[in-house]
Design a protein around this ligand. Sequence first.
Ligand code: 5GP
Length: 188
Amino acid sequence: MTTPARLLVLSGPSGVGKSSVVDRIRSTFPDVHLSVSVTTRAPRPGEVHDVHYRFIGRDAFERMIEGGELLEWAEFAGNLYGTPAAPVAQSLAEGRSVLMEIDLQGARQVRARSGDLGVDDLLVFLAPPSWDVLVHRLEGRGTEDPAVISARLDTARVELAAEGEFDRTVVNDDVERAAGEIVALLNG
Ligand code: 5GP
């Protein structure tokens, strides 16, 4: 018997390495449907439109909200992020599970809506091996200024405290191992 398609939500504090784990899933497990979010944030070096995000303006984002096109959305560090609902619905209708990498606010919205949508959701928390490792990673990324890093650390404290709201925790001690554990949860 095959497992019914499910919505796996991957969240965790800024700097925990969600993008690295998702990049690893993208390259190692090409069959996994990764939801591509829309965002008003500017692309970082190396990010590809329609692969890592669909980069859009605030007006276009607001039109998507008004049109009911987003499964969930949130404002994070001054930018808007959201999950387009149609590709998710289509995948689930085809019996394919979907992995969404989103923030805590988005995870809560999915949990609140999944019953109505008749969808089986699994909330997975990606945790750092320790707080010190998280601080080190946030400082080491080097793409943001100190005020942004400090704001993200504040958010990370709040996000770490929410671990209990999740169904499972995966520790990002090793990107490849964590990616494999998440894909096993998606298929299991
Ligand atoms: P970043 O700017 O570092 O790519 O992402 C910032 C935060 O936004 C991360 O916590 C990421 O998981 C979250 N995020 C990315 N896409 C979405 C989305 O579609 N919805 C929500 N709620 N959060 C998202």
